[in-house]
Ligand binder design. Structure first.
Ligand code: SF4
Ligand code: SF4
Length: 166
């Protein structure tokens, strides 16, 4: 009886140690973040952005389908009418206010799937931790991609400035 227990114990120790030694000589997978960063899988769902069309108009039309689809109830959309003097999106309405409470988001991607215009997209940025919950309420201004026209104008101005310094 005692002999059997000894053999079982010794076998378990040998098994455990063989696993330990096998793991010791495997290639290390530790990544020295933040100095090193590894890419994520193509379908990874990270930080949300609000997209624009190439002409600079916002893709969001304020329809609130994303908010309705969100299982965590963390999206707030307030729509307003586009006018001839203030055209923000190609539709009748645009999102005057758009917020996501990222402290509640479970990154399921249902908002992206529900969106009829491809406006809300989950990208690959995963460095989202914060100590302060109010900082985790992402506003439209935080999520909206820059207007390509404004970016182009800024770059041209920088080039002009660099040219005048030379
Ligand atoms: S990813 Fe899911 S939980 Fe997060 S905002 Fe979109 S629908 Fe809501
Ligand atoms: S992000 Fe898409 S689904 Fe949400 S309000 Fe805007 S257009 Fe509608």
């Amino acid at each position: 009886m005692a002999g059997n227990a000894f053999i079982e114990g010794a076998t378990a120790i040998v098994k455990g140690m063989s696993l330990t030694f096998a793991t010791m000589f495997k290639k290390k997978t530790t990544v020295q973040w933040p100095e090193e960063r590894e890419g994520v899988k193509p379908r990874y769902r990270g930080r949300h952005v609000l997209e624009r069309y190439d002409n600079g108009l916002e893709k969001c039309i304020g329809c609130e389908l994303c908010a309705g689809a969100c299982p965590a109830d963390c999206i707030l959309v307030e729509a307003a009418e586009n006018t001839d003097t203030n055209r923000v999106s190609p539709g009748e309405r645009y999102a005057k206010r758009y917020e996501i409470n990222m402290s509640r988001c479970i990154f399921c991607g249902l908002c992206e799937e529900a969106c009829p215009t491809g406006a809300i997209v989950l990208k690959h940025d995963y460095e989202l931790a914060d100590y302060d919950i109010p900082h985790m309420i992402y506003t439209k201004e935080m999520m909206l991609v820059p207007d390509p026209h404004v970016v182009k104008e800024k770059l041209a101005a920088m080039e002009r400035q660099a040219g005048s310094v030379r």
